[in-house]
Design a binder for this molecule. Structure first.
Ligand code: BEZ
Length: 223
């Protein structure tokens, strides 16, 4: 009951899949950016972490940094965010580099006024009123939000899953297919179900597909 009484209502916006990514200006570790001008014609993975100099966040940011080449290969720019100052970000980047040799070579937004966190639903006051949750936004080259993840403060994300869904979104766009449970690169993809009787008859005749039934059929995809 006490927990219910402490429930905090907010009017912060909560972007949804399919929305145009809200625009903003911000200071980052790579200088000032206007988001709508950032990474033109590329995918963007924007992610928040609760705080600099904290253990789980250090492992996650190091994960993004060490696997940056895989994001590059998927035409994707990274951008981090937390409700910390630029000085804190710079000190943390330098500290991790000194300790481990890992360098966070992507911009990290210093969202000290919480403007971007509130705009993107990263500030979830029933989890924390001062720290952003662990969010990940997948934004396509048309600036449309395509997938959103929100994790709590105490559970780190999975870098394989972040890369998997990024690739799945791109494969889906390119080949006009859908991706089944646990899909990974190289696996067969689901072809859209027929929408007319002609398409249904065509599907029934098609011997190239792996068919469970007419509405669930898979095919190989080659890059
Ligand atoms: C962490 O990154 O370790 C952390 C940050 C905020 C709250 C809890 C854990």
């Amino acid at each position: 009951m006490e927990e219910l009484n402490n429930f905090k209502e907010t009017t912060y916006s909560m972007p949804r899949i399919g929305d145009v990514a809200p625009d903003f200006e911000a200071l980052t570790t790579k200088g000032k950016i206007r988001f709508s001008e950032y990474a033109k014609e590329k995918w963007v993975v924007m992610f928040s972490h609760p705080a600099d100099f904290t253990p789980v966040c250090t492992t996650e940011m190091s994960g993004f940094a060490t696997r940056k080449a895989e994001f590059d290969a998927l035409n994707t720019e990274l951008i981090g965010l937390s409700i910390d100052s630029i000085h804190s970000h710079l000190a943390w980047v330098q500290n991790v580099r000194e300790n481990t040799g890992v360098y966070f070579d992507f911009p990290i937004i210093a969202d000290i006024d919480m403007k971007v966190s509130k705009l993107y639903g990263m500030l979830q006051p029933n989890e924390s009123e001062t720290a952003a949750v662990r969010a990940v936004f997948f934004i396509d080259p048309n600036k449309k939000i395509r997938l959103i993840m929100y994790y709590p403060l105490n559970v780190g994300r999975n870098m394989n899953e972040i890369l998997r869904v990024l690739e799945a979104l791109q494969v889906s766009d390119k080949h006009k297919v859908a991706l089944p449970l646990d899909w990974n690169k190289g696996d067969k993809a689901i072809v859209p179900p027929p929408k007319t009787l002609d398409e249904l008859n065509e599907r029934l005749q098609d011997t190239t597909l792996e068919k469970v039934d007419w509405y669930l059929a898979k095919k190989e995809i080659y890059n």
